[in-house]
Design a protein around this ligand. Structure first.
Ligand SMILES: *Cc1c(COP(=O)(O)O)cnc(C)c1O
Length: 406
C-alpha cells in the first residue's frame, strides 16, 4: 500500500511520531488516564541518572504513572501519611508488607481475628519460607510485650477485626512493639489493616503504626467494581522498603482502574457517613430484637474494645456483626440469611449494596477463646433506604426464626 501523503516519512511513521502537544490550555476536574509501559527519556543521561528513591521521576509504567501517583498522593492525604503505594488488591498489599520487611528466621505476630487470607499468607510463609508466624489474642493490648521475641520483626493489627469487630488497643500494642525493637539494628514494624476505617475514622500514624494497608476494593471503590490495595507510610525508609519489594514482586495497577478510584474518592467521606448512619440505626434496632443475643458494632457497648473505639475512632462505616440467641441452630440462621432479599450473599463490602454472610468463628481461632456460642452473621449496610432494609430484616427474622429462644 502506498501511503506517503506528505513529508519525508510514510503515514504509519507520521502517525507514530506525531508529537503535537496535546491540548495546551485545556483544564478539567478528572485526572487524565496515563496508560504506559514504556516511558520515554529525553536523553540517555536522564535514563542513566534515574534514582529509584525519587518519586518525582518516571521510569516504567509498572512503577507509576501520573494517574497512579495522583491516587497515591490523595490516599496518603486521607490517611495522614507521607507516602502511598498501590498494589493490584488488598491482599497484594498485605503480601507486599510481608515481603518488604521479613527475612528467613524472622518472627511475625498476627491477631487471631485477622482477615482470613492474611492468616493463610502467614501460614504459607511459616510453612515454606522459614519465618515463624504466631497468633495473639486481639484484645491483648500491652500484654503483647510478653510475646515479643528477639527475632520478632513484624506485628500486624486489624482495627477492628472485620468479622468479629473486636477493637484492639492499637497504641498500647504499637508502643510495646516499638519499645521492644528500640536500639536493634532491625526494629519492629507495626502494620495495620485499616480497611474498616477507610483511612477516615482512624488515623494510624497518630496511634503508633508504621504502615497502613487499605483494601481500596472496599469503600474507596465504592461500587464493587475495582480490585486494588495500598500501603501507606510516613517514613522514607519504610516507604523505600515497600517500594523495592513491590518492584521485585512485579506488582502494578492499571491507570484505568486508578481513574475509577479517583472518581469515587471524591464521595468517599459522604458515602462513609451515610453507611455509618444507617448501620448504627439498624444495629440499635437489631439489639432490641429477641432473636439477637448481642450486636458487635464497635460503636455499641456489646462490642469487645468499644472503649478503644470511643477513644481512638471518629466514625464507624457500614460494617457490623450480630450474634443470635444460642437456641437458634446454624441451619435456622442460614435460612434467615437466604431469606433476605435486599441483603445479598457475597464477600467484600464497601459498595452501594447491602450484604449478609454467616461465619463460624470458633473454627477460625487458635490463640484465644471466642466467648459466644450463638451463630454470627456479618452485615454490610449499603446505601439502600433504612426503612426498606429494616423491613427486609424483619420479614426474614419472623419467617425463619420462629422458635422462641429458651
Ligand atoms: C477485603 C479485605 C482485604 C483484601 O482486599 P482484596 O482487594 O479483596 O484483596 C484485606 N483486608 C480486609 C480487612 C478486607 O476486608
Amino acid at each position: 500500500m502506498n501511503s506517503k501523503p506528505s513529508g519525508a516519512h510514510s503515514l504509519v511513521t507520521q502517525l507514530l511520531h506525531d508529537d503535537t502537544p496535546s491540548a495546551p490550555g485545556f483544564d478539567a476536574f478528572p485526572v487524565a488516564v496515563a496508560r504506559a509501559s514504556t516511558v520515554v527519556f529525553p536523553d540517555l543521561a536522564t535514563m542513566r541518572d534515574f534514582r529509584f528513591e525519587d518519586d518525582t521521576q518516571w521510569r516504567y509504567g509498572l512503577h507509576g504513572t501520573p494517574t497512579s501517583r495522583t491516587l497515591e498522593r490523595r490516599l496518603a492525604m486521607i490517611e495522614g501519611g507521607k507516602h502511598a503505594l498501590l498494589q493490584p488488591s488488598g491482599l497484594a498489599s498485605i503480601s507486599n508488607v510481608y515481603f518488604a520487611f521479613l527475612r528467613q528466621g524472622d518472627d511475625v505476630l498476627v491477631p487471631d481475628n485477622a482477615y482470613t487470607p492474611n492468616r493463610d499468607h502467614g501460614d504459607w510463609l511459616a510453612r515454606d519460607f522459614g519465618v515463624s508466624v504466631r497468633y495473639y489474642d486481639p484484645m491483648i493490648g500491652a500484654g503483647i510485650a510478653a510475646l515479643l521475641q528477639d527475632n520478632t520483626r513484624l506485628v500486624w493489627v486489624e482495627a477492628p477485626g472485620s468479622v468479629t469487630m473486636e477493637v484492639p488497643d492499637v497504641p498500647a500494642i504499637a508502643a510495646a512493639a516499638h519499645a521492644h525493637g528500640a536500639g536493634r539494628e532491625r526494629g519492629v514494624i507495626v502494620a495495620i489493616d485499616n480497611t474498616y476505617a477507610a483511612g477516615l475514622s482512624f488515623k494510624p500514624f497518630e496511634h503508633g503504626c508504621d504502615v497502613s494497608v487499605q483494601a481500596l476494593t472496599k469503600y474507596q471503590s465504592g461500587a464493587s467494581d475495582v480490585l486494588m490495595g495500598a500501603t501507606i507510610s510516613n517514613d522514607a525508609a519504610i516507604h523505600g522498603a515497600l517500594k523495592r519489594a513491590r518492584m521485585r514482586l512485579g506488582l502494578g495497577v492499571s491507570a484505568d482502574d486508578c481513574s475509577l478510584l479517583l472518581r469515587s474518592l471524591a464521595t468517599l467521606e459522604i458515602r462513609y457517613a451515610a453507611h455509618e448512619r444507617t448501620a448504627l440505626s439498624l444495629a440499635a434496632w437489631l439489639k432490641l430484637r429477641p432473636e439477637i443475643d448481642c450486636v458487635l458494632h464497635p460503636g455499641l457497648p456489646d462490642c469487645a474494645g468499644h472503649e478503644h473505639w470511643r477513644r481512638d475512632f471518629t466514625g464507624a462505616g457500614g460494617l457490623f456483626s450480630v450474634i443470635f440467641e444460642p437456641s437458634y441452630s446454624a441451619e435456622q440462621v442460614d435460612a434467615f440469611v437466604e431469606g433476605l432479599s435486599l441483603f445479598k450473599i457475597g464477600f467484600s463490602w464497601g459498595g452501594a449494596h447491602s450484604l449478609a454472610v454467616p461465619y463460624r468463628i470458633g473454627a477460625m481461632r487458635t490463640a484465644s477463646e471466642w466467648p459466644h456460642s450463638g451463630q454470627l452473621v456479618r452485615f454490610f449496610i449499603g446505601l439502600e433506604s433504612e426503612d426498606d432494609l429494616r423491613a427486609d430484616l424483619e420479614q426474614s427474622l419472623s419467617t425463619h426464626l420462629v422458635q422462641s429462644p429458651a
